[in-house]
Design a protein around this ligand. Structure first.
Ligand code: AMP
Length: 560
């Protein structure tokens, strides 16, 4: 460390620690009458939001919540979740956003591992909670969240129902200052191998992440997704990396916010229309679900801007969304990174390119956002050039990356080898500083000495007019080590076999986009592709399914 001149900590100036409570100051100052909307059930303004957060803090304190305690939430995307994202960390407690889509065993594991002391449970999850209750080792009290008139439930040590408790609490609370490096939130990765791993973020990290997010979304010309007149609706679960941090950003800016509860495509479309939503974010499969909904047919979604992240954005989804009036922007991040790392920003030079060239860049993972450093690392820890073709592991440094996995020192050391956070993604960085994710390291297909990107192949296969959805994985092969295998869901009244797919891919082999080993020798035509708890392709489950189908000679397999 250089010997620099430090600020005097004993000076009488106020230090203004970067605490989440500061994100709450400006929204209500700008737009106190703007609304927070919950489904078609409830709406209130920013003044009320601030008062409800104070009420919640009073109610939780009365229930016994103290600084340092972990308070868990099991809810769909709601105004209550937004209130918890502020009130719980503002008390100095840690908010655990429970991934309600994990299996009951995994949820139980995460709750015991995180040492949850208080749990707020939506009435939809009461049966699930009851099934785990006896095995929960640290929970002391529960609070019921209800959309209806239920004021009680058979929950152990129930304090009461949220709305009733809020109504009885004071709407004023004097939130104390504390160290900005205090942990504010925790949640568990959706990884498909081993136990879920806990990541955690401090107040300082979340404040800086919010500022970076607002600066990118609000001021980069080619992005401009979130200005003060936009209406925000997440379609990413709030347990998935705090809905990508957007509720903090939207609240800081005083945007109208719409929380859709449990995702029902028709209600999402109704809310989009009636509340005049202009900005959302989701993984690709959720957008496909929305566009495929009955009530979406024939609708012009003009004016809707969406960030697509969490998985690669294919050209066919980009084009489909564009034809329906939706502007898509690709972004990249992960649970460990809070999540925002990069966003597809086209500079002057790229804007001047052809339509086709612009699309090529708009669907890549994007350029690192302010305060983020990204590099490509070889297996020996050396750095590779940013030439658009040298592939290696994407490694990162930024002020808001998790400092480790909670109570997992071995895995934390691996995550932070060589002082950089290891993403587990194979990527390139080019002359425009664009990151392109080639694949997850564990999903790259190694066939006859060649490395094939499952993502590149999915992108090309998805351009076939018969294909609605596709997943590509490597399956073991005695001769070649692995061979690519494609799982496809077809558009209605279309057919596809392995030979037709080969014909579709041949031109890309001739152009040199892929090599000839990338052509799958076997495909399966299915009605649904297995998904993870956050709607991504579940490649682990897909591999297991394929082995089973191959062993039983399943009829929906088609072979060259
Ligand atoms: P999770 O921690 O569940 O959010 O998953 C993070 C992973 O999603 C990353 O490591 C990538 O493999 C993948 N991912 C996220 N954004 C993108 C993107 N824009 N393109 C390709 N893969 C992505």
């Amino acid at each position: 460390m250089l010997q620099t001149r430090l600020l005097d900590p004993t000076a009488c100036a106020y230090q203004a620690p970067l605490l989440i409570k500061r994100l709450l100051l400006s929204g209500v100052r700008y737009e106190k009458t703007r609304e927070i909307v919950y489904r078609d059930l409830l709406r209130y303004d920013y003044l009320t939001l601030n008062q409800r957060i104070a009420r919640l803090a009073n109610m939780l304190s009365a229930a016994g919540v103290k600084a340092g305690d972990t308070v868990a939430v099991m809810d769909w995307d709601s105004h209550r979740y937004l209130e918890c994202m502020f009130a719980i960390p503002m008390l100095g407690a840690v908010l655990h956003t429970i991934n309600i889509r994990l299996s009951a065993d995994q949820i139980l594991y995460t709750m015991n591992h995180a040492e949850d002391k208080f749990v707020l449970v939506n009435s939809d999850f009461v049966p699930l909670y009851q099934s785990m209750a006896e095995q929960l080792q640290t929970v002391e009290k529960t609070i019921l969240l209800s959309d209806g008139c239920e004021t009680t439930a058979d929950l152990p040590n129930l304090v009461g129902e949220y709305e009733h408790l809020l109504a009885g609490a004071s709407h004023q609370y004097d939130f104390a200052d504390f160290d900005e490096n205090s942990i504010a939130t925790t949640f568990y990765t959706t990884g498909t191998t081993g136990n879920p791993k806990g990541v955690y973020f401090s107040h300082r990290q979340l404040v800086l992440h919010t500022l970076a997010e607002v600066s990118v979304l609000g001021s980069l010309d080619s992005v401009r997704l979130m200005g003060s007149d936009d209406v925000y609706m997440p379609i990413t679960p709030m347990f998935h990396v705090h809905a990508w941090g957007m509720p903090y950003a939207a609240t800081m800016m005083g945007l109208k916010q719409v929380y859709p509860g449990r995702y029902e495509p028709d209600l999402l479309i109704k809310l989009w229309r009636e509340e005049r939503v202009t900005y959302s974010h989701c993984v690709p499969t959720i957008l496909q679900m929305v566009l495929g909904a009955k009530s979406a047919q024939g609708v012009d979604f003009g004016g809707w801007k969406l960030i697509i992240g969490g998985s690669a954005l294919t050209r066919s989804l980009y084009d489909l969304a564009k034809s329906r009036g939706i502007q898509l922007t690709a972004a990249y991040g992960m649970s460990e990174t809070g999540p925002l790392i990069s966003c597809a920003h086209l500079n002057d030079e790229l804007q001047a390119g052809s339509d086709d060239e612009r699309t090529t860049y708009r669907i890549k993972a994007g350029v690192p956002v302010p305060l983020v450093e990204a590099a490509i690392m070889a297996g020996d820890g050396s750095f590779l050039p940013h030439d658009g073709s040298s592939q290696g592991e994407l490694v990162l440094r930024a002020p808001w990356l998790t400092q480790g996995y909670y109570r997992e020192p071995g895995q934390s050391a691996q995550l932070w080898q060589h002082g950089w956070l290891h993403t587990g993604d194979v990527a390139t960085i080019d002359e425009f500083n664009f990151i392109e994710i080639r694949d997850r390291i564990k999903d790259v297909i190694k066939t006859g000495g060649e490395w094939i990107s499952s993502l590149a192949l999915e992108d090309l296969i998805s351009r076939h007019p018969a294909v609605r959805e596709v997943a590509v994985v490597g399956v073991e092969d005695p001769q070649w080590g692995e061979r690519p295998f494609a799982l496809v869901v077809l558009q209605e009244q279309h057919t596809l076999d392995a030979k037709q797919l080969k014909e579709h891919l041949k031109p890309f082999v001739e152009q040199g986009t892929i090599n000839k080993w990338a052509i799958p020798s076997q495909i399966a035509v299915v009605t649904e592709v297995p998904k993870t708890s956050v709607g991504k392709l579940d490649k682990k489950k897909i591999r297991l399914d394929i082995v089973r189908w191959q062993a039983s000679g399943s009829t929906f397999l088609s072979t060259l």
